[in-house]
Design a protein around this ligand. Structure first.
Ligand code: ZN
Ligand code: MN
Length: 479
């Protein structure tokens, strides 16, 4: 029997704001523990929360970009539960079908060339918790610097539109792109500023009921999202095939061991005793405010990808990489503005630059090799000043040092040798030094010519113009 997986996605995004959600404490990570705290975010009796307008605007803009209906009046609720990282004993959040800032939206995604909408149930605003550390056995420590930081939650609708790990990942890629384009979240999964908790179930093909779902936590990269979901699908199918039943629970993901393990049985909505937050007046979202915010929404990733395909004739793979975050898209567009042919700029960015960034963990924004450097390099290559091989070497060096390619070329005499006499002399030398290879060539094995070109490149430290080198070798060999 075949089983169909269904995946719902719950994503938490830390909002880029100066201060916390309900107090003036700075939102800053990496500071000494419990230094960015005050009576309000520590939940002292008698303190009153004051909502952060910027955070509200971030969520409204996100909800608009995700095609949501915007609540004319947004309200906060208390979500009650006890945990040591939650000083008040409740989290201020949003609840219900009408009061979250955004409801009933969708995000379009593309999987294997097919485009479809993933329906979104709600986009809401809440506050983050503190962070627990378990360094010593039997002891735990808590840092409240993050407690009360603005957090946005985005939940897909039910029944789920996502039916594979790949589709779930694509949803997350697209969502992350939208958030970074809007500038509401930095999208760094590894640092926890974008956290994803998928819920997964499987049901026999043709069944009109969904299976029992489990929720996965601790997924902090796209890779672990895919592996975690795939593992969970397999695990559930195995249980059902052997006649067992899946338990509704929250499970953790162990990345090193590549397995999921039970964390706790799932709590139900009624366990949280939601009720309206009495200390915050409902937020009225006027039509004027909404239009003002709508005007700040930039061209979104999928629209950009479509434009790149049409205007620049780029492939789906290329546009996907180029539009995955706003910094990469801006980088590409700057290269084009500097006069680089789009297809060529795209090649260098999606292959060479992407590889160096992945290797070093440097973000494109921090890259010392800027669009101006790339434009300079490509210009040298096209004018025939440097060879393709030198260009790649230069690329590495510029990436490391941030020096201008034309300056390095000039200083080191890396200029390509196209000079007829100089190259002919080297061709003769190579022929004289490789009698065996030459004999093979003359016997009809012309494929050895590549080896001789390689020898010429070696003689010239890669500075020979390869087309000219090949042509001259042929002439000299009488071919
Ligand atoms: Zn505070
Ligand atoms: Mn939440």
């Amino acid at each position: 029997m075949r089983y169909i997986p269904s995946i719902g996605m719950e994503v938490h995004a830390q909002l880029l704001t100066e201060s916390k959600m309900f107090c003036a404490c700075p939102v800053r990570f990496g500071d000494p523990p419990n230094t960015n705290v005050c009576p309000t975010c520590l939940g002292m009796p008698g303190t009153l929360p004051v909502p952060n307008k910027k955070a509200v605007e971030h969520v409204i803009r996100t909800a608009l970009a995700l095609n949501c209906q915007i609540a004319p009046v947004a309200m906060f609720y208390r979500k009650n539960y006890f945990y040591p990282d939650l000083p008040k004993g409740y989290q201020i959040s949003q609840y219900g079908d009408v009061h979250p800032i955004g409801t009933k939206g969708y995000l379009e995604i593309e999987v294997e060339g097919e485009r479809f909408p993933v329906r979104i149930k709600r986009v809401h605003l809440e506050e983050d918790t503190g962070k627990l550390f378990h360094y010593l056995p039997g002891e735990s420590e808590v840092d409240f610097n993050r407690a009360g930081a603005p957090l946005m939650e985005i939940v897909t609708d039910f029944p789920p539109d996502l039916h594979s790990a790949e589709a779930a990942k694509e949803y997350l890629v697209q969502l992350r792109a939208v958030l970074t384009y809007l500038g509401v979240c930095d999208g760094k999964m590894e640092e926890g500023s974008l956290r994803c908790e998928p819920n997964i179930s499987v049901a026999p093909e043709g069944s009109n009921q969904l299976g029992v779902k489990t929720e996965l936590k601790n997924l902090n990269s796209f890779r672990s999202v895919v592996r975690g979901i795939e593992f969970e699908i397999e695990r559930q199918i195995k249980i059902l095939k052997s006649g067992g039943q899946v338990v509704q629970e929250t499970r953790g993901w162990n990345e090193e061991g590549a397995y999921s393990f039970p964390l706790r049985t799932k709590e139900y909505e009624q366990d949280y005793r939601y009720f309206p937050e009495p200390d915050i007046v409902p937020i009225r979202i006027s039509a004027e405010w909404l239009e003002e915010l709508r005007a700040t929404i930039p061209e979104l990733p999928l629209q950009k990808a479509d434009r790149y395909r049409k205007e620049y004739k780029l492939s789906a793979t290329e546009t996907r990489i180029l539009t995955a975050d706003i910094d990469t898209a801006n980088y590409f567009e700057q290269c084009v503005q500097l006069g680089v042919e789009p297809k060529i700029a795209s090649n260098w960015i999606t292959v060479e630059l992407q590889a160096r960034l992945n290797e070093t963990g440097i973000s494109i924004r921090e890259s010392k090799l800027t669009p101006a450097h790339l434009a300079d390099l490509i210009d040298l290559l096209h004018k025939g000043v440097i060879s393709g091989r030198i260009a790649k070497e230069l690329f590495d060096e510029v990436f490391r040092t941030g020096e201008l390619p034309s300056k390095i070329v000039q200083e080191r005499g890396m200029v390509q040798i196209s000079d007829e006499d100089a190259l002919r002399a080297i061709a003769r030398k190579v022929i004289a030094e490789n009698p065996d290879v030459v004999a093979k060539y003359r016997a009809g094995k012309t494929s050895v010519l590549g080896y001789l070109v390689g020898q010429m490149m070696r003689e010239t430290q890669g500075r020979a113009n390869p087309q000219r080198a090949q042509q001259l070798l042929r002439e000299e060999l009488g071919g």
